[in-house]
Ligand binder design. Sequence first.
Ligand SMILES: NC(=O)c1ccc[n+]([C@@H]2O[C@H](COP(=O)([O-])OP(=O)(O)OC[C@H]3O[C@@H](n4cnc5c(N)ncnc54)[C@H](O)[C@@H]3O)[C@@H](O)[C@H]2O)c1
Length: 311
Amino acid sequence: MRIVVTGAAGFIGSHLAERLLADGHDVVGLDAFTPYYDRTRKESNLRAAMASERFGFVELDLRTDDLAPALDGADCIIHEAAMPGLPLSWTDVAGYASCNVVGTARLLDAAVRAEVGRFVHVSTSSVYGRTATGDETAPTRPISPYGITKLAAEHLVAAYREAHGLPAVVLRYFSVYGPRQRPDMAYHIFIERLRRGQPLVVFGDGRQTRSSTFVADCVDGTVRAMHHGVVGETYNIGGAAVQSVLEVVDMLGQLLDVRPAIEFAPARIGDQQDTVADYHRAAAAFGYRPTTLPIDGLAAQVRWHLDSIAP
Ligand SMILES: NC(=O)c1ccc[n+]([C@@H]2O[C@H](COP(=O)([O-])OP(=O)(O)OC[C@H]3O[C@@H](n4cnc5c(N)ncnc54)[C@H](O)[C@@H]3O)[C@@H](O)[C@H]2O)c1
């Protein structure tokens, strides 16, 4: 198949591109290198995929560029590109709205014109709101501009499916971790501070829970959904175990052989309290089973961090 991956230079998109290439597909990666974090980091994310003859990369912005040439002949689009992360979304609503809503609308429009056979839309547990502990029928009450723009994008996908028959599937990822994790994400920051012998800042009491998803499991769920997800359905994609933030910090301390010093700060506006993925629907529909245990996934991220970020 010829598969277009948007956001291919990002954390998850770059892993996904590599997995699709390993599965024998032709992959076209699209990315605008938005300044959310360093361009050189995104270029290094792309390096392995770039080595494949079956990978083509187009630098373009979904908000403004002509998308038709890049989608020509595509069997499937997997839409990873977005402005991610919650805190910045309070101060750059326009940036989030333009990338996550306008960019998605333009991509959907181009996908209909290109008559792609499959559109996999990547969304987030943030659409649920303060707690995300139920299944996909739980109410969507996002509490950050990020979550609101991602929910708006889901509605656009549904509208294009209804109005234009776009064969779309929606995935809601629950926080993803592993090698190449974005530098603004908690585990990345924790590892860097522990490595430097600096205290960690934990927002809230640290007892908030997460069923974080190792990136290879998340990618596996995405590929399975591409092949077997039911058009019109929405699936939670989450991790293998539930942990509190303090348990993760403890594990990272063991892996780095340091005793973490923790400073507690008030919970940030828009932070989620508990996000525990119920992924039964994905398990039933396409056999999704996250298999990476936190200690193994965190060890892989620590190894990557020490080799690539702080050699
Ligand atoms: N990382 C997580 O824990 C997590 C959790 C839930 C959902 N998600 C979703 O997964 C997807 C990937 O997230 P990530 O963590 O890999 O983020 P990332 O920032 O590493 O990757 C996103 C990529 O999209 C690109 N992009 C953004 N706007 C663009 C535009 N207008 N045109 C072209 N390219 C554009 C960026 O340059 C970036 O390389 C996002 O849709 C995000 O909302 C991520």
